[in-house]
Design a protein around this ligand. Structure first.
Ligand code: PLP
Length: 386
């Protein structure tokens, strides 16, 4: 039989969502009428904005007419109209990006998983703990060793191994924290000092509200010499099912840019034309107004959660610049103990922090992606059981 890539056999089973599913199913079987509220999902719930739907429909109509039909896209990097719209969007918060530095993709998960393909198998890898699991698993698949830093230290460590790949995510999943300009500058300086590359996942940038938190690593001096930014329309504009994201590789990293272009042109044939037109509409004036309404709705939910946790005297991070609220499990419980208490007594499903890394144990993640009514009800129940 063809020999398997042994690296894949080194992956830990991702027990988190399987185990959550199992415990929830068992609970429902025993309590079929329980009014369950799911606050664990990292998926949006509001529909696409009307102007985005309209743009997608119009593009599909074009595909049905001989004169305007489009087949494969020439470059596979994304149409100019979308790349220019994204470059224009970055300008609105002060970051200068050229359209030709942007690679359109089907989302931030693929890009953050695939980007390590173009780096050497012996690159040291640094990931914060807890973290979005893709950074760790994609590097294990490539046979690399992964070293972890503490999430509490949003401050950069004194040093890292030379020529490292450093994964940062801000606003962070799961902790909801966002780096300040000063904190991020320290990471950029560290990357430059050690000839490392930062893979910067900005999938939640549209949730940033505080002025001292950058929306892009390219707002930091020096970042163009050491950073790649990955972003997504999933949480910005409800594209989790529509699929569109992008990666920015600055011209200063020419070799990385041309190698990424080569990798993508070999393994990826681009995002569909209607989806790119729908994505373009997100960055129009009307698209921005409409999509920001959805973000504001989720942000109001996290505010309700933050108020409840503050009243209960529970330590938490996130919520302000993120759809995630990350809090210390009450009464010294570990993540799974609290999961069971919350499910059993309040009929609320959340995400045990330990599923994102060992530093997540004793912590818990709730999201603002549910309805207002459910969020209010879940917090009322939380108050009742504590
Ligand atoms: N990056 C982070 C930090 C995420 O939390 C997620 C999804 O939850 C993604 C990337 C995936 O984004 P996409 O839907 O664009 O693949």
């Amino acid at each position: 039989m063809a020999k398997m890539n042994e690296n894949f056999l080194n992956l830990k089973q991702n027990y988190l969502f399987i185990e959550i599913g199992k415990r929830v199913r068992e609970f429902i079987a025993a309590n079929p009428d329980a009014p369950l509220i799911r606050m664990g999902i990292g998926d949006v719930t509001l529909p696409l904005s009307p102007c985005v739907v309209e743009a997608g429909k119009k593009a599909f109509d074009e595909m049905g007419v001989k004169e305007t039909f489009r087949g494969y896209e020439d470059s596979g990097r994304g149409y100019d109209f979308l790349r220019e719209a994204i470059a224009g969007y970055y300008k609105t918060f002060g970051a200068t990006i050229a359209a030709d530095e942007i690679f359109i993709s089907d989302g931030a998960k693929s890009d953050s998983g695939n980007i390590s393909d173009i780096f050497s198998a012996d690159c040291p890898v640094i990931v914060t703990d807890p973290a979005y699991p893709v950074y760790v698993d994609s590097n294990i698949m490539a046979g690399r060793q992964v070293a972890f830093t503490d999430f509490v230290g949003s401050t950069a460590p004194e040093t890292v191994a030379k020529d490292s790949l450093i994964y940062l995510c801000s606003p962070n999943n799961p902790t909801g924290q966002a780096y300040t300009y000063d904190e991020l500058k320290k990471w950029v300086d560290l990357a430059i000092k050690t000839d490392s590359i930062i893979i910067y996942d900005a999938a939640y940038e549209s949730f940033i509200t505080e002025k001292d938190k950058p929306r892009s690593i390219f707002l930091i001096e020096g970042a163009r010499n050491c950073a790649i930014e990955i972003c997504s329309l999933s949480k910005t504009a409800g594209f989790t099912g529509t699929r569109c994201g992008y990666t920015i590789v600055p011209n200063e990293l020419e070799k990385i840019k041309s190698t990424w272009a080569r990798r993508q042109s070999t393994k990826f044939n681009g995002v569909s034309y209607p989806v790119q037109r729908a994505a373009e509409a997100v960055f129009s004036e009307e698209g921005q107004r409409q999509t920001k309404e959805a973000t504001a709705y989720y942000q109001a939910n996290t505010k309700i959660m933050m108020t409840a946790l503050t009243e209960l005297g529970i330590d938490f991070t996130g919520g302000i610049n993120s759809p995630y609220v990350w809090f210390k499990c009450p009464k010294g419980m570990d993540s799974w103990e609290f999961f069971d208490v919350l499910l059993g007594k309040a009929n609320v499903v959340g995400t045990p922090g330990v599923g994102f890394g060992k530093n997540g144990d004793g912590w818990f993640r709730l999201t603002g992606f549910n309805t207002r009514e459910n969020t209010e009800e879940a917090m009322r129940r939380l108050r009742n059981i504590l």
